[in-house]
Every structure is written in structure tokens, then in C-alpha cells.
Design a protein around this ligand. Structure first.
Ligand SMILES: NC(=O)c1ccc[n+]([C@@H]2O[C@H](COP(=O)([O-])OP(=O)(O)OC[C@H]3O[C@@H](n4cnc5c(N)ncnc54)[C@H](O)[C@@H]3O)[C@@H](O)[C@H]2O)c1
Length: 301
């Protein structure tokens, strides 16, 4: 190994050293795995969720993974309903009060409503979905950008702030099992992220949309309660299995870190090849799912 590569590999340990990161939806799934992973890479993490107990559990698990630390210096939990402007404004204000600055916001909280269907979807379901999945991302971007512009840039690392917005593969391709409000909200998150990326590129602020494929998290799996429903989806995934939340968290880690300093305005697909496929391969998946990060770390201890 060359010295340069050795140094790079060593540096990869603290990939978010000294960065202050907000993760919304940190109580479960992608948000949970990301909050723990970010903290393990040196970030100070604000675990934000509408379910405060779940966010507090995430903070406890961060302690399990990074060892005996003064937790309030590394991770805190904040209750937030991302659909409410005041909540999101306070979230950013309290983050800055606690940790002095903000470097990354991962606008990840989202819902898929059980009565979100085709064109006959109830207006209340439409509005709720849009308020959380789209307006919530807008508020997160708005208050993070305001804060990024107020504070000194991280000049050494050439970063003015990173925003990651969780969209979905359904924002890119259509589905015959419709969730019309969800799909429309995710398509809009992709468009909003792209526009903000261009608008704020010369402020040093990067904005990317994470587009997960179908995952093994409660959000999707509660709907897929029969083998037939699961297979109806899996036939479209070239890799041949559902994704894991940790596989999204690793992508978010890259987008949050300065390793992605030239990446902005991207629909970052982490979807097992789903959006690249016409005809998918037959047979079963060759590589099994990775373990969740928290579980893997606990087992090492
Ligand atoms: N699971 C999938 O297959 C899949 C695929 C593509 C995209 N996504 C997207 O990924 C993101 C995370 O999904 P997940 O699978 O980890 O879901 P999850 O249900 O496991 O976690 C979502 C978290 O968001 C929180 N939340 C819900 N409404 C909120 C609100 N108004 N304010 C604050 N927090 C709120 C929940 O309490 C929960 O902790 C979502 O935006 C989702 O749409 C998921």
C-alpha cells in the first residue's frame, strides 16, 4: 500500500470528525442506522424524531457504540414534527445552542400512509403525506441553509454545509401498486433538491437526494405481509433482495462527509440496480444482506 493510500484509509476512521449533524427520523430505520454510524465517525449528532422516546433510545445506542462519553457533548434527542415550521426552526436553533454550529442536515423523516392509493386517495392522506415528506424537507433545507450562511465555512475542508434529502426510487419510475401522494412527494423532493443544489452551489452548500430502493424496514415491510407481495417487488431488483437501512446509511455518510465535496444535485440511487433494469436476472441473491451497524458493533464488544 502506498503512503497516500495508507493515510487515506486511516483518515476514513473519523469521516465526520467535528461535524455537527441533524438526522430526522432518527428513531427508526435509515435514520437510526445513520445517527449511530455518523456518531461512530466522529460527528456530534442531533437525533430528531416525532417519537421522542425512539430518538432517546437512539442516543442511548450511540453511547453503546462509541463508549463511555459525556453524551450531551456527542448526541442529543429532540422531538420534532418536521411538518411544522416552528418545530424545525427550533430544531436548528437548539442544535446550534448545543453544539455551536451545523454542518449537515439529513432530512430523512417520511411516511407511507396505509390509505395512500391511486387517484381516489383521500385529500387528507395527500395533505398529510405532502406536509411530512415534502414540506418537512423544505423546512429542513430552509433553516439549515440560513444557518450555513450565517456561520464560518469549514474552510480547511472546503465545506459550506451538506444537505441530504431522502427521496425514493418511486420518484424516478412508476409503480403499478400506486401510492400516489408518496410518489408525488418523493418526485418533488428530487426536483427541490436539484434546484437548491444549483442555487446554493456558490455558497459552498451541497444538496443531494438519496433515492433508496425497497428496504427491509417497517415503513415498507408492514405493507408486504405475504410472500406474494414480497416477490412482486423482488422480481424487479437485480440484486435479488431488499436493501437494509445500513446500506442507505453508508451512502448518507459519504454524502455528509467531505469525501463527496464535488457531488451536488445528484439523485443518489442506492436501489440494488432497480432503476437500471429492464429484464432482471433469475435465481436467488448471491450476496446476503449486511448486518445492521449497531448489532455488528455490539457483537464485537
Ligand atoms: N423503507 C423503504 O423501503 C424506503 C424506500 C425508499 C425511501 N424511503 C424513505 O426513507 C425514509 C426513512 O424511511 P425508513 O424506512 O427508515 O422508515 P421508518 O418508518 O423505519 O422510520 C421513519 C422515522 O420517521 C419518523 N417520523 C415520521 N413522521 C415524522 C414527522 N412528522 N416528524 C419527525 N419524524 C417523523 C418516525 O417516527 C420514524 O422514526 C423515509 O423518508 C422514506 O420515505 C424508504
Amino acid at each position: 500500500m502506498t503512503t497516500a493510500i495508507k493515510t487515506a484509509v486511516k483518515d476514513l476512521k473519523g469521516r465526520l470528525d467535528d461535524k455537527v449533524c441533524i438526522v430526522t427520523g432518527a428513531g427508526s430505520g435509515i435514520g437510526f442506522e445513520s445517527a449511530v454510524l455518523f456518531a461512530s465517525q466522529g460527528a456530534r449528532v442531533v437525533c430528531a424524531d416525532i417519537d421522542l422516546t425512539a430518538a432517546q433510545k437512539t442516543v442511548e445506542r450511540i453511547k453503546d457504540v462509541i463508549g463511555p462519553i459525556h453524551l450531551s457533548k456527542h448526541a442529543i434527542a429532540i422531538k420534532v414534527d418536521v411538518a411544522k415550521e416552528e418545530d424545525v426552526r427550533h430544531l436548528v436553533e437548539n442544535t446550534v445552542k448545543s453544539f455551536g454550529r451545523l454542518d449537515v442536515i439529513f432530512n430523512n423523516a417520511g411516511i407511507m400512509h396505509p390509505h395512500d392509493e391511486g387517484v381516489n386517495t383521500d385529500e387528507k392522506v395527500w395533505d398529510l403525506t405532502m406536509n411530512i415528506n415534502l414540506k418537512g424537507v423544505w423546512w429542513g433545507c430552509k433553516y439549515a441553509i440560513e444557518q450555513f450562511k450565517k456561520q464560518d465555512k469549514d474552510k480547511a475542508k472546503k465545506s459550506g454545509g451538506s444537505i441530504i434529502n431522502t427521496a425514493s426510487f418511486v420518484g424516478l419510475i412508476g409503480s403499478a401498486t400506486p401510492c400516489i401522494a408518496y410518489t408525488a412527494s418523493k418526485g418533488a423532493v428530487i426536483a427541490l433538491s436539484r434546484e437548491l443544489a444549483v442555487t446554493h452551489a456558490r455558497d459552498g452548500i451541497r444538496v443531494n437526494a438519496l433515492c433508496p430502493g425497497p428496504l427491509n424496514t417497517p415503513l415498507l415491510q408492514t405493507f408486504l405481509d405475504t410472500e406474494e407481495k414480497k416477490q412482486r417487488r423482488l422480481v424487479h431488483v437485480p440484486i435479488g433482495r431488499f436493501g437494509e437501512a445500513i446500506e442507505q446509511a453508508y451512502a448518507a455518510l459519504f454524502l455528509a462527509s467531505d469525501e463527496s465535496s464535488f457531488v451536488t444535485g445528484v439523485d443518489f440511487k442506492v436501489d440494488g440496480g432497480l432503476t437500471a433494469a429492464y429484464v432482471t436476472p433469475e435465481g436467488s441473491a448471491a450476496i446476503t444482506s449486511p448486518k445492521p451497524f449497531y448489532k455488528a458493533e455490539k457483537e464485537k464488544k
